[in-house]
Design a binder for this molecule. Structure first.
Ligand code: MLT
Ligand code: MN
Ligand code: ZN
Length: 311
């Protein structure tokens, strides 16, 4: 019996599936008429994308969801289902959060039909934000219950029922805007997934506000890294007159320019790097743009929904 159970959950490799590769708002965004959103609506120049989320499973064990986007319902339908004994069977065993932003947490409310308490992993700061600022954890508690597990930075946490363990690192940035004026400080985190049976390492950092030695060190030891590709330029939203805030002020290092992500990545030889959490204004979304070509020349890939990678 035990052997059967293990056989049923042994997959042989770590798998990551990009459920949503766009930043908040998705691509196209409902109220946006920027050139890239229009291209996604009208032509073949760019594929539409849902909002930021991935699913990861170890060589042994179930799928885990990293970030719960507002598009979660349709995203989970796309996840290959395991054989289930019960009528109600969740396709993911737990939710891991890199931050408390709306685009990474609104989907938690869509899990309220859960038959049992939802297991959620995140930093203590994120728990506070989601209890007091935007109280989804308190709301969910009344529907299905929440079992919270704190991820402390730099401390390895084993994921129950899986050969994966995770560790988080600081990725910079500010508290979500719903906490503006509250004095609360929250930094986004990156998540490192390590598989105990294969040794495979995946890093996921959809919001990266600074490149420092710690961040570079985590990427250098990864096989695959899913990295913040939100903006091409620092002044992207200003030029389009969409916002007065720069990419850096929003907690995202832009891809281009001095100190940008493509430049930082030249210091790394190790991982397969795939850009994720891409804002709808970013010209790398256009398949034949010079910006996309520059990314590919740098040896970097651009994620799309449904992209699956094994490591
Ligand atoms: C971000 O990635 O910077 C946030 O999700 C922005 C937002 O949705 O307000
Ligand atoms: Mn976001
Ligand atoms: Zn747009």
């Amino acid at each position: 019996m035990t052997a059967q159970v293990i056989a049923c959950f042994y997959h042989g490799a770590v798998r990551v599936r990009v459920l949503g590769s766009a930043a908040g708002g998705g691509f196209p965004q409902w109220n946006c008429r920027c050139p890239t959103c229009e291209a996604a609506r009208t032509g073949t120049a760019a594929r539409p994308r849902t909002q930021s989320s991935i699913a990861v499973r170890g060589a042994e064990g179930p799928w885990f969801l990293a970030n719960a986007s507002p598009d979660l319902r349709q995203q989970l339908e796309a996840l290959p289902a395991d054989r289930a004994e019960d009528v109600r069977a969740a396709p993911v065993a737990a939710v891991l959060l890199t931050d408390a932003e709306i685009d990474h947490t609104a989907g938690l409310l869509l899990l309220r039909e859960s038959a049992g308490a939802i297991h959620v992993y995140g930093s203590d700061e994120v728990r506070h934000a989601l209890t007091d600022g935007y109280p989804v954890l308190r709301i969910l508690d009344e529907y299905c219950g929440v079992q919270w597990r704190t991820i402390e930075r730099g401390r390895v946490v084993a994921l129950d029922g899986s050969s994966l363990e995770i560790e988080s690192f600081a990725a910079g940035g500010d508290a979500p805007r719903y906490l503006a004026g509250s004095g609360v400080e929250i930094e986004a985190t990156g998540l490192v997934f390590r598989d105990r049976s294969t040794g495979g390492v995946l890093t996921y950092v959809p919001g990266l506000a600074r490149w420092d030695d710690d961040v570079l060190g985590h990427l250098a030891t990864s096989d695959v890294a899913l990295v913040d590709g939100t903006f091409w330029r620092d002044d992207e939203l200003l030029r389009l007159e969409i916002s007065s805030r720069t990419a850096r002020q929003m907690g995202h290092v832009p891809l281009s320019g001095a100190g940008g992500t493509l430049e930082a990545l030249t210091q790394l030889s190790g991982p397969r790097v795939i850009l994720i959490h891409i804002n709808n204004t970013n010209p790398v979304l256009l398949e034949r743009s010079p910006e996309r070509a520059a990314v590919l020349r740098a040896g970097v890939e651009v994620a799309h929904d449904g992209l699956e990678v094994e490591l």
